[in-house]
Write a protein that binds this ligand. Structure first.
Ligand code: G6P
Length: 367
């Protein structure tokens, strides 16, 4: 078993550290001089022009990747996007037809609810693209087109490298649709592609600094609840960060859109509630900062994640971790990595079974 873990103490840690490679492999062959090539997607420009809506459906961590997809596709392709949890999708009579592009995201490709949503979408006439990590899985077989994430086998129940590669899959698809519709300038696409190529080495940079995250663990001694705050894409990543902490450390965690805090949740914040503040969206720096000041006024200990240069934020939080610089839209790919490490180290400190958390399964094949 220890050989399978490649010298790491747990599969989860091994998989976190495999992310630079997984991220690189998932981009491989799909980026060419300023253009995204998705040979596996068989859509004509007319097909793409015909879509008047996108619906993204997934469960768990894959759903969180979908939330990011929504924001990117709406911003770049200017088409309405809905995101649903697969187990809710069918029961709300979704408005899906032959002008809908449905994107299902599933690491295993075997999640029963996701598969059922896929089949229902096809029955309603939608075009279905799957983003999945398992070649030949049920979801891959049922979908019209498949974009594989090349993360390699993921063993730990808590998903890490599958999530970051799912985000890449959705970024690639969003850029592909953008190219076809011409909704963003070509030079801009070239720039984003240039930044995307640099993501694997930047992930590596974060991992070299893992010890800085490990040292934050003492802030979680005797803690029973934590908050993850962010705005925009940071809120989506906050949801994933909170899920990781809940899954493996069993600490109750809430992810909140930072601006929503004052509508009730602030009452739950005390000095016993660590707050993990995410600030990678430069246009929202100031707004997020004002929310951090509110939680500081309740004596919360704040761990902040941002880019170098966000000095007012740095001065306000108790501890700060700087991410390697990238564009706002790609920040989730880097932002989640320290959060994965944080939940890992907290779980280890609590002596939990990191790879097999209580009551959870890697793939849920019942509805
Ligand atoms: C389970 C796993 C999660 C995963 C979810 C969806 O709940 O514990 O880590 O995100 O299923 O799995 P899928 O294979 O469809 O991505």
């Amino acid at each position: 078993i220890s050989a399978e873990k490649g010298g790491y103490e747990h599969f989860m840690l091994k998989e976190i550290f495999e992310q630079p490679k997984a991220l690189k492999d998932t981009l491989s062959g799909r980026l060419q001089d300023g253009e995204v090539i998705l040979q596996e997607v068989d859509l004509t420009p007319e097909d793409i022009h015909n879509f008047n809506k996108v619906a993204i459906v997934a469960c768990g961590t894959a759903y969180h990747a979908g939330l990011i997809g929504r924001k990117l596709i709406e911003k770049w392709v200017r088409i309405p996007v809905e995101v649903d949890i697969a187990s809710e999708f069918r029961y709300r009579a979704p408005l899906i037809d032959d002008r809908t592009l449905v994107i299902v995201i599933s690491q295993s490709g075997e999640t029963a609810d996701t598969l059922a949503a896929l089949k229902e979408s096809k029955r309603l006439g939608a075009r279905v693209i799957a983003i999945t990590n398992v070649v030949g899985s049920s979801v891959a077989r049922e979908a019209d087109d498949v974009i594989y994430t090349w993360a390699g086998p993921e063993i730990a129940v808590a998903s890490t490298k599958a999530y970051t590669t799912q985000i890449e899959g959705i970024v690639l698809l969003a850029l592909y649709l953008t190219q076809s519709k011409g909704t963003m300038p070509e030079e801009w696409i070239g720039e984003i592609i240039g930044e995307l190529r640099k993501i694997p080495e930047k992930a590596e940079e974060i991992l070299k600094n893992a010890q800085a995250i490990e040292q934050m663990v003492s802030l979680f001694d005797d803690v029973t609840s934590a908050f993850f705050l962010g705005r925009g894409l940071d809120w989506s990543v906050a949801l994933e960060g909170a899920l990781k902490l809940k899954e493996i450390s069993y600490i109750h965690a809430e992810a909140y859109a930072a601006g929503e805090l004052k509508h009730g949740t602030l009452a739950l914040i005390t000095e016993q509630t660590p707050v993990i503040a995410l600030a990678t969206q430069r246009d929202l720096y100031e707004k997020t900062l004002s929310n951090i000041i509110e939680v500081k006024a309740r004596d919360a200990k704040v761990i902040g994640f941002t880019f170098a240069g966000n000095s007012s934020f740095e001065k306000t939080v108790d501890q700060v971790f700087f991410l390697p610089d990238t564009v706002n839209e790609l920040a989730p790919l880097l932002m989640v990595i320290p959060l994965q490490l944080l939940s890992y180290y907290v779980s280890v400190a609590r002596d939990n079974d990191v790879d097999k958390p209580r009551n959870l399964a890697k793939s849920v094949t019942v509805e």
